[in-house]
Design a protein around this ligand. Structure first.
Ligand code: PSU
Ligand code: MN
Length: 303
């Protein structure tokens, strides 16, 4: 893929042309999901974890109108410290490019860029989904439609517990997106390993996930696959502990009239305050855990 709008770093380009495994990483989590400097430490650490697995990381973002696939240290620093970075999903990606803007890419926009670059595996924290109250707010993340159309494996810790997980699973099923619990029968809920919902499908090893993805390609089904990888037990916050905090964060969002793209960042930062930083420690642990699994899936796919 060559386009004047996309710049693939030499390291990532080299891995792709030698058919070596590559894992894409999103950047809204850097610009809007975590405070500085924890965002930068997390971004560096997940890249290192992927490299330790012998796989090439490719953090994706838009810098001054160019879709970057693989960021240099200086570019990562710039993005992590930027105070006016946009939050870019499918709707705003071309806007940012044509207006020479800088922004973090959401799960949806990162999937688009990864696919354009020829990357099949992507690690994140939690995907966006159907928000609580969506019946009246109509707030459903573009991540779900992207999973339905773009053939990338997205490794997550499930849907964020700030969402309506049941409705998120219903929409994914309707749009034909396989949701696979990794070594679990239960749909994980981001900070917690448990939710009231079963995982629709289950696979227990990376070679089975790779084989499943290849079968989907053979059958020309199109669209992505969502892997739901529970947060490690050592860092889990029990669902019962999160419940009241999530409700309080929603009340505050409502009282402050927060809507649209601002909802997810507002809820995440409010929950960070209400848990005195504990949610952030868990968030970082689960992203690292997902990066490791994504690297192993990518290695298996490339073998
Ligand atoms: N998970 C996190 N932190 C985040 C996000 C997910 O732990 O910042 C971001 C992802 O980039 C995801 C986006 O794609 O939130 C979803 O936003 P929305 O609900 O506005 O579509
Ligand atoms: Mn939304």
């Amino acid at each position: 893929m060559s386009s004047r709008h996309i710049d693939i770093s030499p390291k990532v380009q080299d891995a792709l042309s030698r058919r070596r495994p590559v894992v894409a990483l999103e950047s809204t989590i850097i610009t809007h999901g975590m405070p500085c400097p924890e965002n930068l430490e997390m971004a560096d650490r997940v890249e290192r974890i992927i490299e330790e697995e012998g796989v090439t990381p490719a953090t994706i973002a838009v810098l001054d109108g160019v879709i970057k696939v693989g960021l240099s240290q200086a570019e990562k620093d710039q993005l992590a410290q930027s105070s006016n970075a946009m939050k870019l999903s499918r709707a705003d990606l071309a806007f940012a490019v044509s207006q020479n803007r800088t922004g973090g890419t959401t799960v949806a926009a990162t999937m688009i860029a990864a696919h354009l670059a020829g990357i099949k595996v992507f690690a994140t924290g939690g995907i966006g989904g159907v928000h609580i109250g969506a019946a009246t707010s109509f707030d459903i993340s573009a991540d779900l439609d992207e999973l339905a159309r773009t053939p990338v494996i997205v490794v997550s810790a499930g849907a964020k517990a700030i969402l309506d997980i049941g409705k998120t699973l219903e929409v994914l099923e309707t749009r034909g997106v396989p949701v696979i619990g990794y070594q679990t029968d239960t749909m994980p809920a981001f900070w917690s390993r448990q939710s009231p919902y079963p995982a629709p499908l289950r696979l227990d090893d990376v070679s089975a996930i790779a084989s499943f993805f290849r079968t989907r390609e053979d059958l020309q089904l199109g669209g992505g696959v969502l892997i739901a990888n529970p947060v490690p037990e050592t860092h889990e916050i029990a669902a019962a502990d999160m419940k009241g905090i999530i409700e309080a964060a929603h009340r505050l969002a409502h009282e402050n009239g927060v809507s649209g793209k601002a909802v997810t960042p507002f809820l995440l930062s409010t929950i960070l305050e209400l848990t005195a930083g504990r949610s952030l420690v868990t968030n970082i642990a689960l992203v690292e855990n997902n990066a490791r699994l994504a690297a192993r899936i990518a290695a298996s796919l490339a073998a």
